[in-house]
Ligand binder design. Structure first.
Ligand code: DI6
Ligand code: FE
Length: 405
C-alpha cells in the first residue's frame, strides 16, 4: 500500500520530523519507505493500493504508555467527596480509593472486566491509539491479578491493539494483610509475581512507591524480583511526596518513572544517566487538583526523554482521552505541542521498551499509523474535545473505516 500527498510527522528528529507532501509505502505489516513524494521510486506507484491523503497529517499511531484501564465499577462517589473537601489520601486511608476498586474487581468475572473496560479502550483507539499499556493492581492476590492481566489480553485480542501488560501487584496493601506490609511484599515477590509470570501474562513490573502505598525499600525488593525474572521495570514515583523512588528505580535501569510532580530537579541527572523515561500524567494532576508541578525545565536541561500518558483509572484520572491529555500537558505543564506528541509517540515507545518496533514513521517499524483531519501537528494538542482522528492503521490493517479518503 502506498499513501501519497500526506503531511508526515515522522517524529525522527527533535521536533516533529516533518515531511511536507510526503509519501509512505507499506509492505505487509511494516513501513517500507518514507520520504518526499517527489523522491518516490516510480515503480512504487504500481502498489496494490495508492491512497491520496490530500494533505492530511500522518503520525505514528499514538501510544498510551501508562493506564489502569481494566477495572470494574467506578468511584464517582469519591469524586463528589473530594469536591466537598475530602483528600485523595484520606479517602484511601479510610479503605476507599484503590481498595474500593479492589472489591469491585474481585467481585467481577474476567468477562465482566472485559465488558466494562472495553468502552475505555475503544475511546482511546478512536483518538488514534494503536499501542496501550495496561496494569494490574486492583486484584492484589494471585488469582485476581492474573484475572486482570488475562482481561487485558482478551481486550487486545478483541481490538487488535498492541499491548504491554504490567504487573502492579504492589499497588496497595490488601485488607487481609493489614499492618503486615513486609509480609505482603514477600507474597508479591515469592508467589504472586512468579505465578503471573508462569502464566505468561506479564511483560513488565511496576510498583506504587508512596506514603499511602509502599516504601522505596519495599518497592526495590519487588523490582529486584522482576529483574531476576528478566522482566523490565518501572515505578510510580514522587506523585504525592518525594521519597526518592525515581532515583532508586533509575539506578536499577527502569524503563520509566511515572508521575514525578514531587521529583527534585537534582534527581533528573539520575534519570538522564540511566536513559529512564519521565512519564508525566497531567490527567491525575488535573483531577486531584494538584498544585505542585513536575520539574519539566530540569528534565529538559538534563535531556531526559519525556512521555505523556492518560493514567486512565477510576480514582485519580478517570480520563480516556489521549488528545485532551496532550492538551493538558501543554496547558498545565508547559510542554510544547511537539513535546506532547513526542510524549505520546517516540518517547512513549521508549517508556515501554518498544522503540525498535513502534513510535516513529521509519522503515522497518510496524505499520501503526494515525491519519488526522488537519495538516498541522500542533492541532492535536491545541483543541480540547475535538477528535481529529480520521483513521488508524494498526499492524497494516485499517482500524476506523477510511471513508472520505
Ligand atoms: N497512582 C495513581 O494515580 C493511580 N495509581 C497510582 O499508583 C490511582 C489509582 C486509583 O486511585 O485507583
Ligand atoms: Fe498510575
Amino acid at each position: 500500500m502506498l499513501l501519497v500527498n500526506a503531511n508526515l510527522a515522522t517524529m525522527t528528529d527533535h521536533r516533529y520530523g516533518l515531511i511536507h507532501n510526503g509519501a509512505i509505502r507499506l509492505a505487509g505489516n511494516r513501513i517500507a519507505w518514507t520520504g518526499r513524494s517527489d523522491d518516490l521510486d516510480p515503480d512504487a506507484l504500481d502498489a496494490d493500493t495508492v491512497l491520496d491523503l490530500k494533505g492530511k497529517l500522518v503520525t505514528p499511531g499514538l501510544i498510551d504508555c501508562h493506564t489502569h484501564l481494566v477495572y470494574a465499577g467506578n468511584r464517582a462517589m469519591e469524586f463528589e467527596q473530594r469536591l466537598q473537601g475530602a483528600g485523595y489520601r484520606e479517602i484511601a486511608r479510610l479503605g476507599g480509593g484503590i481498595l474500593s476498586t479492589v472489591r469491585a474487581v474481585r467481585g467481577a468475572s474476567e468477562k465482566e472486566l472485559v465488558a466494562q473496560s472495553r468502552p475505555r479502550l475503544a475511546q482511546l483507539m478512536s483518538e488514534g491509539v494503536t499501542t496501550v499499556e495496561i496494569k494490574s493492581g486492583y486484584g492484589l492476590d494471585t488469582r485476581n491479578e492474573i484475572k486482570m492481566l488475562c482481561a487485558a489480553e482478551s481486550l487486545a485480542n478483541l481490538s487488535g491493539v498492541r499491548l504491554q501488560k504490567t504487573f502492579l501487584g504492589a499497588h496497595a496493601l490488601p485488607p487481609e494483610f493489614a499492618n503486615r506490609q513486609d509480609d505482603y511484599i514477600d507474597r508479591v515477590c515469592t508467589e504472586m509475581l512468579p505465578a503471573a509470570f508462569e502464566a505468561g501474562v506479564v511483560d513488565a513490573v511496576d510498583v506504587f512507591a508512596e506514603g499511602i502505598a509502599f516504601s522505596v525499600e519495599q518497592a526495590a525488593k519487588v523490582l529486584d524480583a522482576a529483574l531476576k525474572l528478566g522482566l523490565p521495570i518501572k515505578l510510580h514515583a514522587e506523585q504525592l511526596s518525594n521519597l526518592g523512588g525515581a532515583a532508586m528505580a533509575a539506578a536499577k535501569g527502569a524503563l520509566s518513572v511515572d508521575h514525578l510532580e514531587y521529583l527534585e530537579a537534582g534527581d533528573c541527572a539520575a534519570l538522564s544517566r540511566a536513559g529512564t523515561v519521565a512519564v508525566l500524567l497531567p490527567g491525575a494532576f488535573y483531577c486531584l487538583r494538584e498544585t505542585r508541578l513536575p520539574p519539566v525545565r530540569a528534565l529538559r536541561d538534563h535531556r531526559v526523554n519525556i512521555a505523556v500518558a492518560t493514567d486512565c483509572n477510576p480514582g485519580s484520572s478517570p480520563v480516556c482521552s489521549p488528545l485532551l491529555v496532550m492538551n493538558m500537558a501543554c496547558t498545565l505543564f508547559s510542554l510544547t505541542p511537539a513535546e506532547a506528541l513526542r510524549g505520546m509517540t517516540v518517547n512513549a515507545a521508549r517508556a515501554l521498551g518498544m522503540a525498535d518496533t513502534v513510535g516513529t514513521l521509519s522503515p522497518g517499524k510496524k505499520a501503526d499509523l494515525a491519519i488526522w483531519n488537519t495538516a498541522n501537528p500542533a492541532d492535536l494538542s491545541y483543541h480540547a474535545g475535538l477528535n481529529l482522528c480520521h483513521a488508524t492503521l494498526l499492524n497494516g490493517h485499517w482500524h476506523k473505516p477510511c471513508h472520505e479518503i
